[in-house]
Design a protein around this ligand. Structure first.
Ligand code: ADP
Ligand code: MG
Length: 225
């Protein structure tokens, strides 16, 4: 009996995810189709090329995000989150530079060791970086993202603080629900994915935010004790 129930739950989860993926992929697909038809009608492919490519990229991101949700928890190694962040700094710097965001990094130089899947960790950081970059208003003058790590008790705390537009209460309340997004081109997959990855690692994922002030994301990873 129990096995049957588990199986049914799994099937429910699978069909829920499948429905979500289908829903999310349908939008870019219909945009691509429409633009291909337009370019055929007008014989002007050049004009629609960028939109088509960016919609294809979006589909790729959605698929990547979903694949990683279902990936197994293998490939974890005992390693220091600070050095993982360090290895991402160049990439993050480049992204920030491109969007006129000042990146401030401040990590604990101790050798705190946690059991981490490197590619998932990277995915969390890049998702949060992307969100921070997207959180600034068009004309914002001084934009920063502070990334820090420190040991507190039996956990490493990683914080990402941006001075973007922050979130009003109603957005904060919805945060973490799969597919919840306030962006025209958002997928609403980023935050639930980050939360799941961090929690799978035995850590906690928390977001504090104030409208017009900014957002602080706190991730914790259990230390080797
Ligand atoms: P997406 O980025 O595709 O919208 P996410 O799950 O990454 O999906 O984020 C969900 C929503 O949370 C975003 O649409 C945005 O409204 C809000 N959000 C996330 N991160 C931030 C941030 N750093 N600052 C302000 N709002 C944020
Ligand atoms: Mg996002």
């Amino acid at each position: 009996y129990e096995e049957l129930l588990t199986f049914q739950h799994q099937m429910q989860a699978v069909s829920h995810i499948a429905a979500g993926v289908a829903h999310e992929l349908r939008n870019p697909l219909s945009v691509i189709k429409g633009f291909l038809q337009l370019s055929h009608l007008t014989c002007d492919f050049q004009k629609y090329y960028n939109t088509i490519i960016s919609e294809l990229n979006r589909m790729n991101i959605i698929i990547e995000d979903f694949l990683s949700v279902s990936r197994k928890k293998t490939n974890r190694k005992w390693q220091s989150p600070s050095s993982l962040i360090e290895s991402l700094v160049e990439l993050m710097k480049a992204e920030c530079l491109l969007h006129s965001v000042e990146l401030q990094v401040d990590f604990d130089k101790s050798f705190s060791i946690c059991h981490i899947n490197e590619s998932m960790f990277k995915q969390v950081m890049l998702n949060l970086l992307r969100n921070a970059i997207e959180a600034f208003d068009e004309g914002a003058s001084y934009k920063y993202l502070k990334v820090s790590s420190k040991e507190i008790g039996e956990y490493v705390h990683i914080e990402l603080i941006d001075n973007g537009k922050g979130m009003p209460k109603d957005v904060l309340e919805q945060l973490g629900k799969p597919f919840f997004t306030t962006k025209e081109k958002g997928t609403g997959v980023g935050i639930p994915l980050c939360k799941k990855i961090v929690e799978d690692h035995g850590g906690q994922f928390q977001i504090l935010s104030e409208r017009d002030v900014g957002t602080k994301v706190i991730l914790t990873f259990p230390l080797l004790v």
